[in-house]
Ligand binder design. Sequence first.
Ligand SMILES: CC(C)(COP(=O)(O)OP(=O)(O)OC[C@H]1O[C@@H](n2cnc3c(N)ncnc32)[C@H](O)[C@@H]1OP(=O)(O)O)[C@@H](O)C(=O)NCCC(=O)NCCS
Length: 193
Amino acid sequence: MSAVAHPMFVHPLGEDAALIPRTPDLAEPYHAVLSANLARLARWEPWALSEGSVADTAGFLRRSAVESLDGDLLPVLIGVRAEGGGWRLVGSSGLKIDRAARAGIIGYWIDESFEGRGLVSRTVTALLDRAFGELGLVRVALYTETANTRSRALATRLGFTEEGVLRRAIAFPGDHRDQVVYGMLAEEWRSRG
Ligand SMILES: CC(C)(COP(=O)(O)OP(=O)(O)OC[C@H]1O[C@@H](n2cnc3c(N)ncnc32)[C@H](O)[C@@H]1OP(=O)(O)O)[C@@H](O)C(=O)NCCC(=O)NCCS
């Protein structure tokens, strides 16, 4: 089950949803929602081609926690209110941080049945507020496959600038696909409407 009862801290995304820190104690519920979406994510993400165990997921979350403590990653899960209290995990996002360059890279995915509700837009908005606020970043990039129209629509809707195409940059077995890079600068984010 992808349910989380009482996380220590959540960042509200309106009334119905919240960001929850992606910590190692959430390995089981996170693994459940990840496994349910893996085949779909494998269309876009080479890392999703192989299915790991709960222990593998726990290891991934521990490594993320170390990166987070070092200030190199802001890892979050997307939760929606569950009937009877608590949260149901429905997606994941993160901001990788290069502190020397004061630059970040955002990634995300959401459960298929929760697409189209603006949850990822709200998540990325919260991460950009943090990136260009407290974290003092100058730039945040977003990379996606050129064929990923939903992801590209999200970048465009949030005001990212399309900066170019990295040809054959995504390595799948026997197949290299083109990747488009979008960028947002601190002053652009602050001056948006
Ligand atoms: C890419 C992906 C994260 C986009 O998710 P999404 O649900 O389309 O994104 P959003 O949260 O921005 O929702 C957008 C939709 O919600 C609608 N919406 C509703 N309320 C909204 C709000 N408050 N703010 C923004 N959009 C809102 C938009 O109009 C849009 O509708 P549409 O799909 O009919 O055009 C999702 O398709 C996904 O997980 N794909 C598989 C994994 C993947 O590709 N990851 C990215 C790899 S780079």
